[in-house]
Design a protein around this ligand. Structure first.
Ligand SMILES: Cc1cc2nc3c(=O)[nH]c(=O)nc-3n(C[C@H](O)[C@H](O)[C@H](O)COP(=O)(O)OP(=O)(O)OC[C@H]3O[C@@H](n4cnc5c(N)ncnc54)[C@H](O)[C@@H]3O)c2cc1C
Length: 366
């Protein structure tokens, strides 16, 4: 039987383990955290991700634990619509988009794997191209080694060198889950150098995020700072911030990886953020990790041709990362003149053109 060691038990690692397990591989996931649990917020799963989850046998349970997106769009801080997404058109053309709690997705991925395949509390220190890993409990070797250990990947540093350094995007983000607030639509509001977005979850709670231009490592003003910053923005933003509690707020500076020259080396493949960490402006990082998993398992099914995985995944994920970066740059503009121009352009842009422009991202079929 073919064997795989997967380093990292996030969405990318668990999905890769599941995809390989379903094709008859013996898998072992090494996760440094003491348990496979996660603090987390909401996650948008676009139609391409739901197709990948279908291939993993999880599309139905994921839909069951998600809210399928209804009305969506972009507004200005006074609440005026700048652009309304043609969600019906997107669904007709590409399929539904789901909003799920990250912990629920991880739970479904984990539950689909044999318990013996999951090894928490194990930190990988070094990886070799022949499939060997050195970790806190000893050494392991497998036919395939999957580096799914996130943006600061040890597997990548071992084999691609420490010169690949994540770049700070220039803005920082907060995520939180509020108590129940009656919200029907998903919405993102663009100000000057700052944004706020929200989407309902199935249990009535609401996933929110805020983004602001800031120097790297700037002091976090916390929930009180967010309430102050967005106090004059349209409803329900102040209400949502009142319904949030400090312990649910996650704060991270946003980084992305420069494009790698390859995602494979010897018996090693990188998936997810280890390969292509991108800014979250398209909500595609985890979606791409799910696609990676499906393509990787297909690529190694025959004669272990990892190169096919690299050829399929690198151009696509790097194109999506570049798009996400461009959207982030425009969304974070802060000069009044540039923002006025941007908002006018958004108001004029036809929804159907936006729907069509999503094709290269959403029309993935594997
Ligand atoms: C603000 C924000 C919002 C986002 N929103 C969305 C969204 O709506 N939709 C979407 O698709 N994506 C979104 N993303 C992106 C998404 O969160 C990531 O792309 C995705 O979680 C990456 O998963 P991963 O498994 O590759 O990496 P990670 O989630 O980073 O998992 C890596 C795992 O490896 C483990 N690990 C690390 N080093 C070691 C080691 N040496 N040994 C053993 N284990 C190790 C870690 O503990 C971790 O569990 C968002 C990201 C951010 C920051």
């Amino acid at each position: 039987m073919n064997t795989a060691i997967i380093v990292g038990g996030g969405i990318g690692g668990l999905a890769a383990a599941l995809a390989l397990h379903r094709t008859g591989w013996q898998v072992q996931v090494l996760e440094r955290a003491p348990e496979f649990t996660v603090a987390g917020a909401g996650l948008s799963l676009w139609p391409n991700a739901l197709r990948a989850l279908d291939a993993l046998g999880l599309a139905a349970p994921v839909r069951h634990r998600s809210v399928l997106e209804g009305q969506a769009g972009i507004r200005d801080p006074k609440g005026r619509w700048l652009s309304r997404s043609d969600t019906a058109g997107i669904e007709r053309r590409y399929g539904p988009t789901a909003m799920i709690h990250r912990a629920d997705l991880l739970d479904l991925l984990r539950s689909a794997l044999p318990a013996a395949a999951l090894r928490s509390g194990t930190t990988v220190h070094h990886a070799q191209a022949d499939g060997t890993v050195h970790h806190s409990d000893g050494t392991g070797r497998a036919d395939l080694l999957v580096g799914a250990d996130g943006i600061h990947s040890t597997v990548r540093a071992s084999l691609w060198g420490k010169g690949i350094v994540p770049r700070y995007a220039g803005y920082t983000a907060w995520r939180m889950i509020t108590g129940p607030v009656p919200v029907r639509e998903s919405s993102e509001t663009w100000g000057r150098g700052e944004r706020f977005g929200y989407a309902p979850l199935p249990d009535g709670r609401v996933y929110c995020f805020a983004v602001a231009n800031a120097p790297r490592g700037a002091t976090d003003p916390g929930l009180a700072g967010l309430r102050h910053r967005f106090a004059t923005w349209h409803d329900p933003i102040p209400t949502l911030l009142t319904a949030a509690t400090p312990e649910t707020v996650l704060h991270h500076d946003l980084y992305e990886l420069p494009p790698l020259p390859a995602y494979v080396k010897g018996r090693v493949a990188l998936v997810g953020d280890a390969a292509h960490a991108m800014t979250p402006n398209l909500g595609q990082g985890a979606c791409q990790a799910l696609e990676d998993a499906v393509v990787l398992a297909r690529a190694v099914r025959g004669d272990g041709a990892l190169i096919a995985y690299d050829h399929q995944r690198r151009p696509r994920t790097q194109m999506i990362a570049a798009r996400a970066r461009r959207i982030g740059t425009i969304a974070q503009w802060s000069s009044p003149a540039a923002v006025a121009l941007r908002n006018a352009a958004l108001r004029c842009a036809p929804g159907a053109a936006f729907t069509r422009s999503l094709a290269p991202v959403l029309n993935w079929t594997g």
